[in-house]
Ligand binder design. Structure first.
Ligand SMILES: [Zn+2]
Length: 179
């Protein structure tokens, strides 16, 4: 790590602490030459389960890309606002972090789905419903109604008042597999 002040290659770590919420290490460093102090943040890649147990009992390799794709699908109907992208990245990282707290080497699809729904529900109830609809392969009007009613009850009291703008998009990609 080079000194940002004088570009000297040797810096000394004076303090190091782990921030659990963001899963990264904050380090205070000091330049050996000019004594300038600065802070670095290094993320620790989350330790993830190696396998996912599907509903039928079969297993497959845990793929972060698949998880990311299933969350992106839930957002597909929303405008691509860059500030939203930031929030979405944080939500995705948050889900990964929760998954990494799961100590077994295999994790059930339902456990993952519940973590994703919890994360989405807090910020965007509609995206949560869209995600659940893909996960549960919701097709009929009655299934949509059940899902929406169930989700209404899951919402935190403050958010329940919020109007749930909901545009159904029953296009082809609703059928896409999520796990
Ligand atoms: Zn220096």
């Amino acid at each position: 790590m080079r000194c940002p002040q004088c570009n000297h290659p040797d810096t000394r770590v004076v303090d190091s602490r782990h921030t659990a919420t963001q899963n990264r290490v904050r380090r205070r460093r000091e330049c050996e030459r000019c004594k300038q102090r600065f802070t670095t943040y290094e993320s620790i890649p989350p330790r993830l389960p190696s396998e996912v147990i599907k509903r039928d009992g079969s297993t497959e390799a845990f793929q972060t890309e698949k998880l990311h794709r299933s969350m992106r699908l839930a957002w597909r109907n929303f405008a691509d606002d860059p500030s939203e992208q930031d929030k979405r990245d944080r939500l995705y990282q948050g889900v990964l972090e929760h998954i990494s707290r799961h100590l077994e080497s295999a994790i059930g699809t339902e456990v993952i789905a519940n973590l994703v729904k919890d994360a989405l529900r807090q910020h965007d109830p509609t995206a949560c419903i869209l995600y659940a609809s893909v996960h549960e392969k919701v097709r009929s009007f009655a299934q949509w109604q059940n899902l929406i009613n169930r989700e209404k009850n899951e919402l935190p009291p403050g958010a329940r008042k919020q109007q749930m703008n909901f545009e159904l998009n029953l296009g082809e990609d609703s059928a896409e597999e999520s796990s």
